[in-house]
Structures are given as structure tokens and as C-alpha cells.
Write a protein that binds this ligand. Structure first.
Ligand code: HEC
Length: 275
């Protein structure tokens, strides 16, 4: 046998193997396949690019008042401290007299400390499919979230104001209205529910709640965009055929307090990657 023909045989063998492999892959649970893919992708998670941009923004002196967030924004862990801040928000901030989630708190700092205008930030707070760049606020949230990688959720539910936000969030999740009489729980209140191949986590259980908050902020491969949990909430209000809440509203903070509070004790893996 000459080298050329053995090479050919090897080639056709490989082709046959590839065929049978892809047939086997198709027979498998597509969710399991995606989980495997995600695990591989997380080794080189595109979210890191947004973290780096966010870190630069956090440290830069900006805005009409020319101060940095690093020297003026307290996320609850001390001035400018990002470490462990994300897994401990929403929390109560006395200076704002409000319970705030991470995104809302950063927006508050940008407005109060740096002098940016809320309406300018709220004009386009989320990245769209046609945008090349994520808004500054998304980069900042991603950076702040990265400071809690592999830490346990620890929402201070013992604080009566936080507890209040939690209870209101819980009631909001159960509130049915709109043209289809849906609540969040219609889609997210039972185990094992799916819509168009997506597993919908049961937000009332610790295992489900952590799934709901785990991947956000996350890099969404559909569209190649970086999105925060504020976006996720707005998009679900839309799915529910409710009017979308005002950007960085208390209603969204309440829902995030409910879900993050239910995740207490579970490990946050850091900015994620979504299908
Ligand atoms: C009509 C059904 C429906 C309703 C009602 C609904 N959602 Fe969703 N939700 C979905 C779908 C579908 C997805 C997954 C979308 C995707 O992965 O692209 C999702 C995703 C989510 C996620 C992210 C889950 C993950 O795996 O990352 C959270 C958190 C969430 N919803 C919360 C809510 C909240 C809170 C409400 C109420 C304000 C709500 N949803 C109302 C259908 C719904």
C-alpha cells in the first residue's frame, strides 16, 4: 500500500467518525451540550473585555465634577471598594435613603458624585444588537460584579428595609395582570418549566434563584452583547406584556432583592455567558 492510499483511508475513517459523533451529539440533550460549551467558553469569557473597560471607568476622574467612582462611590464595603460588594447588594444606603441594587447604586454615584445627568444615562442604558460598544454603565456593573467572583451571596435580609424590599419583590413576582394575566411566577414559579428550549428557573427556590441571577451581567452570544440583570428584568416585563419599568426603578430593585435574597449562601461565579 502506498502512502497516498493509506492517507485516503485515514481521511475517510475520520470523516465517518465525525459523522457518527455529530449524530450522537444531536441525540443528546441540547441543554447539556450548551452547558459543556459554556464551561469551555468561560475559560476565555468575553465578559473580561467589559470588566477591563469598567475598571478603567471606575478609576478615571470624569463627569462635570471630575471625580472618580473609586474615590467617591461607596458600594457598602467602604469608599471605592469593589471586592465582595456585588454579592451584598441590594442593600440599604443611608445617604440615598433607599435599598439599591448594584446598577442602581452605580447610577446614583454617577449622578450625585460625578455630576452626570440621570436622563442622559437612562436614554440608552442597555446594549442593543447593532451596537458595537456596551454603555458605560454596563461596563461598570460588569467590573463591580467581577469583584465578587466565587463569593457567596450574602444579601442583608436582617435589615428591615431590605426585608421590606424582599417582601415587596416577592409580592411583585406573584402579581398577575396584563392582557394575558401573567405573573413572573406563571413562567418562573414551578420547577422544570421550559419555553423554546430555555429552562426557566423557579425563582422561589435557592437553586432556581441562583440560576436566575448567576449569569448576569452576562455576555449573550445571541447578538454578541453584554447585558445586566436590569436588562433581564426589563425584558421579562416585556415578555409578561407589562409596561417596561422606568430605568433603575425601585420595582426592579425589589425583584432583584427577592431573587438575590433567595440565592443567599449560593456561590456567584462572576460575570457570565448566556446563549
Ligand atoms: C411569558 C413567560 C415569562 C414571564 C411572565 C416572565 N419571564 Fe423571565 N424569562 C422568560 C424566558 C423565556 C426567559 C429565558 C430567555 C432566554 O434565556 O433567552 C426568562 C429569563 C429570566 C431570567 C434569567 C434566567 C437565566 O437563566 O438567566 C430571570 C432572572 C427572569 N426571567 C425573571 C423574571 C421576572 C422577575 C419576571 C416578572 C417580572 C419574569 N421573569 C417574567 C419568560 C418569562
Amino acid at each position: 500500500m502506498n502512502i497516498a492510499s493509506s492517507g485516503l483511508r485515514l481521511l475517510s475513517c475520520t470523516a465517518a467518525l465525525a459523522l457518527s459523533l455529530s449524530a450522537a451529539a444531536q441525540a443528546k440533550d441540547p441543554n447539556a451540550e450548551f452547558e459543556k460549551f459554556r464551561a469551555e467558553m468561560e475559560e476565555s469569557n468575553p465578559a473580561e473585555l467589559f470588566e477591563i473597560k469598567g475598571e478603567e471607568l471606575w478609576k478615571a476622574r470624569r463627569g462635570p465634577k471630575n471625580v472618580s467612582l473609586a474615590e467617591s462611590c461607596d458600594l457598602g464595603q467602604g469608599m471605592g471598594k469593589v471586592e465582595a460588594a456585588y454579592v451584598k447588594m441590594p442593600r440599604y444606603f443611608a445617604d440615598a435613603d433607599a435599598v439599591m441594587d448594584a446598577e442602581r447604586r452605580i447610577v446614583w454615584c454617577m449622578v450625585e458624585k460625578q455630576g452626570f445627568k440621570f436622563d442622559d444615562i437612562a436614554k440608552k442604558p442597555f446594549q442593543g444588537g447593532n451596537d458595537n460598544n456596551a454603555p458605560e454603565i454596563t461596563n461598570l456593573v460588569t467590573y463591580v460584579a467581577s469583584g465578587s467572583r466565587n463569593m457567596k451571596f450574602d444579601i442583608p435580609l436582617g435589615d428591615p428595609k431590605v426585608r421590606d424590599a424582599f417582601e415587596t419583590g416577592k409580592a411583585t413576582a406573584a402579581y398577575r395582570a396584563g392582557p394575558y394575566d401573567f405573573s413572573c411566577n406563571t413562567c418562573h414559579g414551578v420547577d422544570g418549566k421550559r419555553i423554546r428550549m430555555q429552562n426557566l428557573p423557579n425563582l422561589a427556590t435557592p437553586e432556581g434563584a441562583i440560576k436566575g441571577v448567576q449569569g448576569w451581567p452576562g455576555y449573550r452570544m445571541t447578538g454578541g452583547v453584554m447585558l445586566t440583570s436590569q436588562w433581564r428584568m426589563n425584558d421579562c416585563f416585556r415578555q409578561q406584556r407589562f409596561p417596561e419599568p422606568k430605568y433603575a426603578s425601585q420595582a426592579v430593585t425589589n425583584l432583584l432583592t427577592y431573587m438575590s435574597g433567595n440565592s443567599n449562601g449560593q456561590i456567584y461565579k462572576g460575570p457570565g455567558i448566556k446563549r
